[in-house]
Design a protein around this ligand. Sequence first.
Ligand SMILES: [Zn+2]
Length: 250
Amino acid sequence: MRVYECELCRDSGVIFNLEKNVGYVCSCQERKKLKRLLKSYNISDEFVHKNFGNFTLKGMDKRVVNAYMIAKEYSDGLVDRVKRGEGLRGAPWMGLLGTSGCGKTHLVTAAAYPLIELGVLPMFFNWVQSFTEWFAYYNKPEEAYKVDEIRQRIYNCDILIVDDICKESQKDTWIKEFYGIVDYRYRKQLPIIYTSEYFYQLVGFLSKATAGRLFEKTKNPETGKMYLAKMLLAENEDPLALDYRFRDIF
Ligand SMILES: [Zn+2]
């Protein structure tokens, strides 16, 4: 027996009323449209599950608590802007720098989620995964046009989240493309939220121009507050000290 995603229309998208001899567009079509839209922004179900409410603060290192406070304040600021009808152009950027496992992705996801509820879609870009998928279109002649299509979306989306900058790979092509993204959004005053395991190393990986813009923009020009949180290990510190995955084990 075939299993349908939508039992109402059996995936045809249309419901027929035979008595009246008319057809209606099934309600699943709106849902599917929304799902496709969210997918094009790489917004997955994770977004629903990673919020401020379920981020554990109890017993956390003060660097992590500080990052939480920064992310929460930043998120509230964006929400206020949207509610005031100002939009996000001109908003400061936010950076969360920290060792693997300290909860960076959870916090940026939590910061962006309330925007989705207000109808502002953040575009989620994972350094390794998204660059790999994006540039794979270059190798398919009939789909190569998508490279520019995606680039335009990354350039112009209301808010861009770049997760794990420079993780695993610092390919020249990626670095160059990323410079274009950061420079464009810097000039257009379009905010970026980013995470990375690196801090000062980013200057070497990305160039002074790119890293400088990333750091500079985290400062709120009106208040002077910096939305740049560092959850970095000191030299000789236990490498698992900030890793929540090991918290209950040792
Ligand atoms: Zn249906």
